[in-house]
Design a protein around this ligand. Sequence first.
Ligand code: ADP
Ligand code: MG
Length: 905
Amino acid sequence: MERRGRQGDAPAAGEPGPGLEAAQQALAALVPPLRFAVKDGFVGAARLKGFGELARGAIARARAAGAPDTPALQRLAVEADGFDALPLDGRRAALTRIAGGLSALIPVPDELREVARLGRTELGKSRRIAPAAPTSPTARSTPAAPSTPAAPSTPAARTPTPTPTPTASSSSSSSASASPTTTASPPPAPEPWTEAPPPRSPEERAARRKRLATALAELPRVHPATRAQLEERGRTTVEQALEFFPKAYQDRTHVRRVAELRAGDEGIVLGTVKHVRVQRMRNGRPLLKVGVADASGALELVFFNPPPWRLRQFAAGEGLLCSGKVTEGFGRRLQMSQPEVEKLTAGDSASFGRVVPIYAGPADYQHPALRRLVKRLVDEHAPLVVDDLPPEVRARRELLSRAAALHDAHFPPPGTDLALAAERATPAFRRLVFEELFFLQLALALRRRGVRTEPGIAFDASPAVIARALELLPFLLTGAQARALDEIARDMARPEPMNRLLQGDVGSGKTAVAFAAMMVAVRSGHQAALMVPTELLAEQHARTLAGWLAGTGVEVALVAAASRGKGQKETRARVADGTARIAVGTHALLEQDVAFDRLGLVVVDEQHRFGVLQRAKLISKGRRPDVLVMTATPIPRTLALAFYGDLDQSKIGELPPGRTPVATRVYGDSQRRAAYDVARRELEAGQQVYVVYPLVAESEKTDLADATTGAEELRRVFAGHEVGLLHGKMKGDEKQAVMDRFRSGALRVLVATTVIEVGVDVPNASVMIVEHAERFGLSQLHQLRGRVGRGASRSHCLLIAHFKRVGDEARERLHAMEETQDGFEIARVDLRIRGPGELLGTRQSGQKLFEVADLYRDEAILEEAREDAFALVEADPELRRAEHRPAAEALGERWSGRLSLAQIG
Ligand code: ADP
Ligand code: MG
């Protein structure tokens, strides 16, 4: 087909095209066998042979002759595909649908129309799919999905109301010349949208999936510029395009006459461009005025300082839809300033007379074409979307079908609360959110089951062994630590591998718990490995553990980068032959030539910095060792469920005794002297001080410059107290030397350029000053604050912010720090402000974790999805049952890419 017009969209369905007669003739070949089959109450149906094939041929010929690929034709094709395989009792319903479909496409004898009409009434009751007749009262029936109470969806409500034609208001007028019909003819009443019946065979399901995976580039009659708007956003297939959801909606059901508009209204009118004028404002900038009129009156659109494309956008005589706030200009003339405008094309049922979707990105002159394309995809392809959710889940949670949800997400049915739709809180989005979370949980449930069924090590974790380990500690465990250890010990004693997440706020004492677990492994004759993100931390942990183990003969090895030379070689040899029972290290532990004699327990600390692959690599150095993952980033429950749902969870929800809350205050740049006064008082009382500068991603030089000049400045400010500097450019041993001096108390103030030093433990430090606090995330700030408040004296966290540069979000963040010490509360706020990507450190990947779900908003849905997914795997561990197969397939096809993103734990 030729490309028509600039935007090159498809001609409206049913518009006479070349060869339409030939197409009709091809379809008419189906009438005689149909009549034969339906005669006398379908007696002929049993004797109908090869009808499906016949129909497929007829449809192919019709398409070849140029029949537009309308939904009706597609549904007919779907029926034809499955027909020959149908059992006898399924044929009757299929024939009814075919009769209905055919009658929507070509003239058919009365008896066929009658069959279709009766069938609709009957089938509508039994919630079957309605045939594609334009007047079908049961269009959009949603099988297996009772509507949710939030959106009563009587069949009628699901059918779009016939579009009030844009000319309705002006047709009564005698002045035809002012009528927009000169450029915009009334759109045809939209066809009721009907989804196809569920696929009847795996082959059909596969075929339909394949169709949805069609590249947009392969679709006929799509303008490259329109396609590019989707492709730029990574939407290259039909299905991905269907998942490009609107950012907002606009109600265009009520188009008004110009004469009805009053100053102060928000209104939508439809008119014809009368004149286009460019004037100059006093500052020399252009001012564009566009006169628009309908039969009832005229108004003027005003654009201040329009971009070049806008100046060329309008031409007299064009039909234009204008929406915006109405004001009164000179001489009481009605105006709309900076309105949204859309040019109208003949037969454009996507852009007015209904609620229309507004997508992120395109300028308003590009928008109609994009909307028309999406409308076309929704009409032609969405009906064929296969529902992957198990029917029992859909029924239990009262979810719309995926097809219906996709439709409604783009084109909300009448009566939809648009505010809710924009918030993505409608039944359509509920379904889509549920699905997204369900498949994530399904993957986690399967993974967890996979781990469970492998044989692991059953350690001796008897109370005697535990007690022996705890005797080595210089303190008694808190109740919370003891409970967590108890859960870990029980796991370790079992023959299945442990896979557990230990969450605990900063300073809650995770190291001591991990130590006891490592000793369980060691006493059973195995080795343990502790992986941490930085060398400083590795060094600190090795030192701590060695201290607790003094006199026991259990050797701790500090595994550092191989480049460390001879000492490292020796260390590694001791790990490999089992002389060293505990290995502590960074990524270096993953290096090829780090081998263990008998690795039985892997502990990963601050684990959000490691990828799941790294975790797997360390695990592979043993024979299915137990795994304990520790995180100090308090993860809100939703996030933990969403991303570590395959791990069992323990939590330390209490700090060791003697901790004092850290007094937190935000200072403006100009108030830093007050902050320094606090720090000086502490120094004079014998405490120590941290000063942290943020990591400036663009330039490490700037960081360093900031910190270096900062350190010099601080040497003056804190004259008499030694100030040291720690930065990312220093070598490992240089860093350690500075750290040692700070730990020993020789250095009183430690200036650090980055926050790599999470986890450092110097109880005598009681002040944390954070420069450019506005650049840190909440969780980071909380981590930093956790460096102080470990000793008995009152500690301070002083956040210095450059308020001139910060937005509300940063203010909110800093304010939250003043408000609460509770890491979980902070994480919740952080999740709300910044989303999960930031929180989990995956933002660099540049990909969104979720398409529609919002873990902050959708907590309740997540719980439901999780419950259902885990129950499903419990009942049908390999997803073998027929009704679960679509879910299994979808997991592999649609979700695997996104799930790998989620596997960051
Ligand atoms: P985190 O959970 O942040 O890793 P650490 O394990 O570093 O916390 O512990 C923080 C500090 O608290 C350390 O100095 C540690 O020795 C101390 N600590 C841990 N448990 C207890 C306890 N039960 N009683 C007293 N001090 C404890
Ligand atoms: Mg720690």
